[in-house]
Write a protein that binds this ligand. Structure first.
Ligand code: GCO
Length: 466
């Protein structure tokens, strides 16, 4: 026999939020490496420039009102290093005051800030000195972190040191599609190591200022699947890529050691135990495998990129361009895969590029269902930050209409906001702290049987006596 649950409830202290990053929403950033790359051209869709973005530098509070109206109690935002420290020996007190004002504005609305200290951008003075390839970068970052955290530590508890370090390494130093446009394995390893050391330095610095701060990092996690389930080498590739992209940095931040498959082990002692919590940015699944014929034909040493499959399978829902497949169960699998780190978990990003909002309501419902399943399995997920509140500047995709992530649409010319239906879906979930059958029936009735039917044999049995 089957019974129904009427609603899937989340823990009472659950944090419901949205996530943004400074360069993507603030606008008017003229002193960082992305601005320089936008100006130089060649990195961004149609050579667009971030420009005023969502103009948060002047009007963030208007969007904070929108968060409050939805019933959110949390928001993840980042601080722009190049504003705070425009030159190595200069701090901008006005910029610091503006960030203080934004944090206060969130708190006044009962929205708890989570602050990211590095979200892909860096000051131009740092770029000029070799960026993260320069070993001094760790010390530069530490100094900046010290300044910001000293200022905000009485208002902020949740600190995210670095956003998606492996994505930065992969896009900017290995694939070369983000500034500085490098394609070098050696640089990738150096930058990966320095980012890990910078995370560790920030962790210790923040705790030195406020021992009860909660410090973590946001890790991009991909659900890697073998392209063909019957080919063992495809499984091997999926496992290797998973190990390198998903777990290497987390292992380093948990144990102080990172071991490359079939390769070297790196020891970064100061990084051991530097996660008070773990942030998961989850978006998609990619299929991977080896094209064996090409592999044999070309063999070493010239390993061309096309010996690997990477992509999607016909018949599965996919995102635009090379976004991969939308795969809600991958969130559950990811949470299971990181449970052994034994840390509280936040979903620091999860969202879908979908200008017309055709798929976003279902995306939110199905992913939150998977999240709820993980909590039911006693995996300690403490909060969820949807990416994103408003459409914003999507790095190499710029303002490409196919890459709109907002619960609210934004007209970049007029700054007008338009709520998408998904903002109502998400708001209802946040306010009721649950995913109710009633809501799912209204927005996506097809999902009702899939989400709310539970097997009676798994329910607690009633005894004869009761
Ligand atoms: C990333 C970032 C965000 C993106 C978001 C959508 O994953 O690249 O953290 O800045 O905008 O993930 O792609």
């Amino acid at each position: 026999m089957q019974t129904h649950l009427d609603s899937l409830c989340f823990p009472s202290s659950f944090r419901w939020g949205t996530a943004t990053s400074s360069h993507q929403v603030e606008g008017h950033q003229y002193n960082n490496n992305w601005w320089a790359a936008e100006k130089a051209g060649g990195f961004v869709y149609q050579d667009q420039q971030s420009g005023a973005a969502c103009d948060w530098w002047n009007r963030a509070e208007e969007d904070f009102d929108r968060m409050a109206a939805l019933g959110l109690n949390a928001h993840r935002m980042s601080i722009e290093w190049s504003r705070v420290q425009p030159a190595p020996d200069r701090w901008d007190d006005d910029a610091l005051a503006r960030y203080q004002e934004m944090v206060d504005a969130l708190l006044e609305r009962d929205i708890e800030p989570m602050i990211t200290l590095h979200h892909f951008t860096e000051p131009l003075w740092m770029t000029a000195q070799g960026s993260w390839e320069n070993d001094e970068s760790v010390g530069w970052f530490e100094k900046y972190v010290h300044r910001v955290v000293t200022l905000l530590s009485d208002k902020v508890t949740l600190w995210c040191t670095i956003n998606e370090p492996m994505v930065l390494v992969g896009q900017a130093y290995l694939a070369g599609i983000w500034p500085p446009g490098q394609k070098s394995l050696r640089s990738s390893i150096d930058v990966g190591l320095n980012l890990t050391k910078a995370h560790a330095a920030a962790y210790h610095t923040i705790h030195g200022i406020n021992p009860s701060a909660q410090v973590g990092l946001a890790k991009h996690m991909v659900s890697w699947s073998p392209h063909r389930v019957w080919i063992p080498t495809d499984h091997l590739v999926a496992r290797m890529v998973n190990r390198i992209t998903n777990h290497l940095i987390l292992d380093a931040a948990a144990t102080g050691r990172a071991r490359l498959p079939f390769g070297k082990t790196y020891h970064i002692k100061q990084a051991a135990n530097t996660l008070d919590w773990l942030g998961i940015n989850y978006y998609q699944r990619y299929r991977v495998g080896i094209k064996i014929r090409n592999f044999l034909r070309t063999f070493f040493p010239s390993l061309p990129a096309n010996i690997f499959y990477q992509g999607t399978k016909p018949g599965y829902q996919k995102g635009p361009g090379s976004w991969g497949e939308i795969h809600p169960e991958g969130l559950f699998d990811t949470l299971r895969a990181v449970a052994h780190y034994g840390r509280p978990i936040y979903i620091t990003e999860n969202g879908i590029p979908d200008r017309d909002d055709k798929n976003r309501p279902r995306f939110i419902i199905t992913h939150l269902h998977q999240l709820w399943r993980a909590i039911e399995e006693a995996i300690p997920v403490k909060g969820y930050y949807h990416w994103s509140l408003v459409d914003n500047f999507e790095w190499a995709e710029g303002y490409n209409p196919d890459f709109r992530f907002g619960l609210f649409g934004v007209d970049i010319e007029t700054q007008e906001r338009t709520p998408r239906p998904s903002s109502r879906v998400y708001g209802e979930i946040c306010r009721s702290n649950s995913l109710t059958q009633d809501l799912v029936a209204r927005y996506d009735p097809e999902l009702v049987p899939q989400i709310f039917r539970v097997d009676a044999s798994k329910e607690p049995q009633q005894t004869e006596a009761t």
